[in-house]
Design a protein around this ligand. Structure first.
Ligand code: PCA
Length: 216
């Protein structure tokens, strides 16, 4: 039995008919980055609470060594390697079930924030070397993606061997054509990026030292 890597994408939301995260993630079902591990993919509903219930059930069932959740961030120009999950949700739009929490904690009494445990700087360096636009992001927003990211990091906080993190990706070109000047990335490039993110998360124990901060 290979050790599972859990890779999740999201259902479409906000009136879109596709979500690029699931379009890319599902292409990696069964992929074996090395001899010992194999990717298992699931699609999460874009619904507060329910998204985390589905994720937590998959973690319990699979007992993965690595968990990477992926979501759409329309308008972003690069693969966004999320650093911080916050214990706060404030939904600008309703989720797919009509929920719209306004200024509530993800978990009452939980830690204020969690950091990704993926080697983000090493990943950033490697993606750029491969010609894939990438950045480290210091906010995953306050919608369902941050909710899932926070719940994921909370779930694995007591099992330090399990690495976990969140990646936001731009629109697909087919979505971005509606907005003049909006950035996009092909599913092919996103899949190549996700493979690299998985490989480095398995191999790179220590992150590299590199300037990757922002001024604003
Ligand atoms: N993006 C949303 C939720 C689902 C998704 O793909 C977000 O950034 O919160």
């Amino acid at each position: 039995m290979k050790q599972p890597i859990l890779l999740t994408g999201f259902a479409p939301f906000g009136g879109e008919s596709i979500n690029p995260s699931w379009q890319a993630v599902q292409q990696l079902q069964g992929w074996q980055p090395d001899e010992e591990t194999q990717v298992q993919t699931i699609e999460l509903p874009c619904v507060f609470a329910q998204s985390l219930e589905v994720l937590q059930a998959a973690i319990q069932q699979l007992n993965p060594v690595l968990v990477i959740a992926v979501g759409q961030a329309g308008g972003r120009t690069a693969i966004s390697l999320e650093k911080v999950a916050i214990n706060y949700q404030d939904a600008r739009i309703a989720d797919n079930a009509g929920n719209q929490p306004l200024g509530e904690p993800v978990f009452a009494g939980g830690a204020t924030a969690y950091f990704s445990t993926l080697p983000l700087k090493a990943i950033l360096q490697s993606l750029r070397q491969q010609g894939i636009p990438a950045e480290i992001s210091y906010s995953a927003g306050t919608f369902v993606c941050n909710h899932v990211f926070y719940g994921l990091m909370h779930a694995v906080a007591t099992t330090p061997k399990v690495r976990a993190g969140f990646v936001h990706i731009p629109y697909l070109p087919s979505q971005a054509v509606r907005f003049a000047g909006s950035a996009s990335m092909t599913a092919e490039l996103v899949v190549a990026a996700l493979k690299q993110i998985i490989l480095l998360s398995l191999q790179q124990q220590q992150d590299v030292i590199l300037a990757a901060g922002t001024l604003d």
